[in-house]
Design a protein around this ligand. Structure first.
Ligand SMILES: CC(C)(COP(=O)(O)OP(=O)(O)OC[C@H]1O[C@@H](n2cnc3c(N)ncnc32)[C@H](O)[C@@H]1OP(=O)(O)O)[C@@H](O)C(=O)NCCC(=O)NCCS
Length: 258
């Protein structure tokens, strides 16, 4: 399947057939998507790799033993660098060389794994199937991409509340997997925006509605609400879309200014 088909209406960042990096505006965020196999095909020869990655990045990538994870890691970092550079351009008019943007993950504590950069911006990364996506913002932001799929009954029991099941069951049969995947994706993105994983919290966060423009509504259990209030302030919003074979959800807090 071509990358254009797989990511639907995303706009390619390259001319011609080499469509391995794409972007799309969703709500007030610009999402960058990088093809996990495609970036390596495009960059592995010649000087191009050094335009995107510094020497430390390349050394870190080479230490990742599994090829699948290495390519996924690289795609996520390219998407994140593109997102950070764009944010910098839009907000400060500045231009940062991609190979000087450093991206790491928190190594310990409750936010272990959360991506961070040397650009003093908020950042989120997700991968699924052929794609890695990233979003950067001035405030807390979380992104999740999922390939639309069936969920077995054990997963449905773990993830869905009774109200979410009603919303899913009210759809035509061909929409069931889409709605279930969207619920999952929303919960992941919302928790990531707070620097947390979703495990242990699936049923503390309930999707209560989706408008025609993709805007999502939700409610939180009292205990999760008080946990999250300590981590992020501001009014949160979330937008979900189907893009080709995937769901993409971005959740984030209102901008705080530079
Ligand atoms: C880690 C987690 C935040 C997201 O995991 P996921 O949905 O599997 O994976 P995604 O590809 O969407 O996201 C992975 C990215 O999340 C980011 N991430 C990791 N920990 C994070 C945290 N505490 N806060 C915010 N973002 C985080 C990282 O950038 C990571 O990518 P990277 O390692 O390449 O930098 C969390 O929800 C989790 O533990 N999920 C596990 C899902 C799983 O195991 N599913 C199997 C079926 S039961």
């Amino acid at each position: 399947m071509s990358v254009r088909t797989a990511m639907g209406r995303m706009v390619s960042l390259q001319p011609g057939d080499a469509e391995w990096a794409m972007s799309k505006v969703i709500g007030r965020w610009r999402v960058f998507a990088v093809s996990i196999a495609g970036w390596w095909e495009a960059l592995r020869d010649g000087q191009m790799l050094g335009c995107y990655f510094g020497a430390d990045d390349i050394a870190e990538m080479q230490r990742i033993p599994r090829e699948k994870r290495r390519l996924e890691w690289g795609a996520g970092r390219i998407a994140a660098k593109l997102a950070l550079r764009q944010l910098h351009r839009d907000q400060d008019g500045g231009v940062a060389a991609l190979n000087t943007i450093e991206i790491g993950n928190r190594k310990a504590g409750p936010h272990r794994g959360q991506p961070q950069s040397n650009c003093a911006r908020h950042l989120s990364i997700s991968h699924a199937g052929e794609w890695a996506v990233a979003v950067a913002g001035r405030s807390h932001v979380g992104v999740d991409v999922e390939r639309i799929r069936s969920f077995g009954s054990a997963m449905r029991d773990m993830v869905l509340t009774a109200r979410e099941r009603e919303w899913i069951d009210a759809a035509e049969a061909r929409e069931t997997d889409l709605r279930t995947t969207l619920v999952w994706s929303f919960k992941e993105s919302f928790m990531k925006a707070h620097g947390l994983g979703v495990f242990g919290h699936f049923r503390d966060i309930e999707l209560t509605g989706m408008a025609a423009n993709g805007r999502l509504a939700w409610s939180l259990s009292g205990s999760l609400e008080s946990t999250l209030r300590r981590l992020a302030t501001g009014t949160f919003e979330a937008i979900g879309e189907r893009i080709g074979d995937y769901t993409l959800v971005v959740s984030g807090a209102s901008d705080r200014g530079p």
